[in-house]
Write a protein that binds this ligand. Structure first.
Ligand code: MG
Length: 294
C-alpha cells in the first residue's frame, strides 16, 4: 500500500471532529460498518466478540430512521456475523469479505425485496477448500503438543479457513502463516487474506469493495459512510472513492479505525470512538430528518 500515491496518513481525529454533515443531511443514507475492531473490540477468542453497547444502540437507532440504511460488512460468515452482532433485523449483512450477503426486506422498497447471496462452491473451489482442510489438518498435527493443544485457532467458514494467531508470539505467528500458505504451491488460485492476527485462505475472490458496490446497487443511497480497521477494509474505502468519482454517490465518507496505513481521509482511535461517532450521527441525522420531513 505504501507505493499507492492516494495513501494518506491522517492524524487521529476525535469523534467530534469528523465531518459528518454530508451524511447526516443526505437524501438517502447508507452507513456501512466493519464488525471486528470497529463495532466490537478485538478479542483473543474471536467467538467472544460483542458490540460495544453504545454502538449497538446507535445502530438500532439508525436502522429505525427513515431513508437510512445500516449494513455490517465483515470477513465473518453471515451466520456467525448475525449471531455475534445481534444486529437489528433491518440491518443488511455482507459476510465472507463480500462473497455472502443478506439484504433484508426493506419497507422503503416495493414488494418482496429480500436479496440473499450465498453462492454454491464450484467444483474447483470445493477442491481447493478440501485441499486447504487437508493441509491445515496435516500441519496442526506437526506442531509441538499436537492437535488440540496448539495455541491457535482454525475457523471454518463456507468459502474459507482462517488461522487466528492473536496472542501468539510474532515469530510463531509468522511461522504459522508460512505453513498455512504452503498449500498455494499446489493451488495458486487460493486467495490469501491477511488481517489483524489472521491468515485466511479463501476460495472465492470477493472483496469488501464488492460488498460495498452490492449495497449501493441494491439500496441506491445518495451518500454512504464506511468505518473499517483492517487491511481488507481498504477495498471498501476504494469502492466508495470509485462510486463517488463516477457520481453513483454524492458523498462517500471513509473513516479508518486504528493506526494502520490507510487511504481513508479520516482516522479515529478505536471502538469507543466509533460508538461516540455513531451517537453523533444518530443525533445529527435525527435532527435533520425532523427539520426536513417534520
Ligand atoms: Mg475489522
Amino acid at each position: 500500500m505504501t507505493s499507492d500515491p492516494t495513501v494518506s496518513a491522517p492524524a487521529v481525529s476525535t469523534p467530534a471532529e469528523v465531518a459528518l454533515r454530508d451524511l447526516a443531511t443526505a437524501d438517502s443514507l447508507l452507513v456501512a460498518l466493519d464488525f471486528d475492531g470497529v463495532l466490537a473490540p478485538l478479542q483473543d477468542d474471536p467467538s467472544t466478540s460483542r458490540m460495544v453497547p453504545e454502538s449497538a444502540a446507535a445502530i438500532a437507532a439508525l436502522a429505525d430512521l427513515p431513508r437510512t440504511r445500516v449494513a455490517l460488512v465483515s470477513g465473518r460468515d453471515i451466520a456467525t456475523l448475525r449471531r455475534l452482532s445481534q444486529a437489528p433485523d433491518m440491518a443488511w449483512l455482507v459476510g465472507s469479505h463480500g462473497a455472502e450477503a443478506e439484504l433484508g426486506i426493506d419497507a422503503d422498497r416495493d414488494g418482496d425485496s429480500a436479496v440473499v447471496r450465498s453462492p454454491e462452491l464450484t467444483a474447483a473451489e470445493a477442491e481447493m477448500l478440501a485441499a486447504i482442510d487437508a493441509h491445515l489438518e496435516a500441519f496442526e498435527h506437526t506442531l509441538p503438543g499436537g492437535h488440540g493443544t496448539a495455541d491457535f485457532l482454525i475457523e471454518r467458514k463456507p468459502y474459507s479457513r482462517t488461522v487466528h494467531t492473536r496472542g501468539i508470539a510474532p515469530e510463531a505467528a509468522a511461522a504459522l502463516h508460512g505453513h498455512a500458505t504452503e498449500v498455494l504451491e499446489e493451488f495458486p488460485d487460493i486467495r490469501v487474506i491477511e488481517g489483524h492476527d489472521i491468515t485466511e485462505l479463501a476460495v472465492k475472490q470477493a472483496t469488501k469493495g464488492d460488498g460495498i458496490r452490492l449495497l449501493v446497487r441494491a439500496g441506491e443511497p445518495t451518500a454512504a459512510g464506511y468505518l473499517g480497521d483492517d487491511v481488507t477494509d481498504e477495498d471498501a474505502f476504494a469502492a466508495l472513492d470509485e462510486l463517488t468519482d463516477s457520481r453513483a454517490l454524492d458523498t462517500g465518507l471513509s473513516v479508518k479505525v486504528g493506526s494502520a496505513q490507510t487511504r481513508a481521509p479520516w482516522r479515529i482511535a478505536g471502538p469507543e470512538a466509533v460508538a461516540e461517532l455513531l451517537g453523533r450521527l444518530v443525533a445529527e441525522r435525527t435532527e435533520f430528518l425532523r427539520t426536513v420531513h417534520g
